[in-house]
Design a binder for this molecule. Structure first.
Ligand code: BTN
Length: 253
């Protein structure tokens, strides 16, 4: 990766490129715990993760050519962290969707899926893992299937994931993509700090679940309903048998 270019062209103050790490989120967490006074935003990009993590304890597949990186961000970028759920994941998903759409033959196929995934052609192309530290600094980890191919993905997920390379039939400059995501992410995070509902509305416009039947697992309960989009506070709106309701946590099935 071209670290110099990333530092010159984005809001990142410090950046590291590693060949292999367990997880870029884990490494940043260790840095953050060791050093409360680190220069931020700090970016870690890795070619390979041996224990890439997804939400809910899932693993993240990326294969060779996938773009995997995490940012440690200062607490003051998140003055509305009390908004439930934090909108940082949706802001990141919007930034990734905006980056990916112009690269693909059919832009309309790029959508945001609540709480913070990006889909292309109906399959997951990017996953985001946001972790909030005790001092409110945030770690945003992004996995974007870029120059990898689903032909190399484990059988159990190969039908559900998409990559830029497979969809566009060519490879991309990883630096260009990363820089574009970082620039768009900065814009979304600054918008979110000033006006959280603007980011929620951008996510709502891109939401690919609206109108579909969803099933949300919330503790021991499962709530089924038609998706009404994303609410102004970042919650998921469902038309349930009891009427419209907004949910701020849970796992979709
Ligand atoms: C999900 O789909 O549930 C979220 C996946 C997040 C994957 C990224 S890859 C970079 C960063 N490091 C990790 O261990 N996870 C995130």
């Amino acid at each position: 990766m071209d670290i110099q270019r990333i530092l010159e062209e984005t809001f990142v103050a410090r950046a590291e490129h590693h060949e292999t790490v367990d997880s870029t989120n884990n490494l940043l967490r260790r840095y953050a715990e060791e050093n409360g006074d680190i220069r931020l935003p700090l970016l870690i990009v890795a070619d390979r993760q041996t224990a890439g993590r997804g939400r809910g304890g899932k693993r993240w597949w990326s294969g060779g050519g996938g773009l995997t990186f995490s940012l440690l961000l200062p607490a003051d970028l998140f003055p509305h962290a009390h908004v439930q759920p934090p909108l940082a994941g949706l802001a990141s998903a919007v930034a990734v969707a905006e980056t990916v759409a112009p690269l693909l033959p059919d832009q309309k196929n790029v959508t945001v899926h609540w709480p913070n995934d990006v889909y292309a052609a109906g399959r997951k192309i990017s996953g985001i893992l946001v972790e909030v530290l005790a001092d409110r600094r945030h770690i945003i980890g992004i996995g974007l299937n870029a120059n990898n191919s689903t032909a190399d993905a484990p059988a159990e997920i190969s039908q559900r994931v998409a990559t830029l390379r497979d969809l566009a039939g060519r490879t991309f400059d990883a630096n260009d993509i990363l820089i574009e995501v970082l620039r768009r992410l900065e814009r979304q995070l600054r918008t979110m700090a000033a006006s959280p509902q603007k980011v929620a509305r951008a996510a709502d416009r891109l939401c690919g679940q609206t109108g579909g039947e969803l099933s949300l697992k919330l503790g021991t309960q499962t709530i089924a309903g038609r998706c009404l989009g994303i609410a102004d506070d970042g919650g998921l709106k469902l038309q349930t048998p009891q009427g419209p309701q907004t949910f701020h946590s849970g796992t979709l099935h």
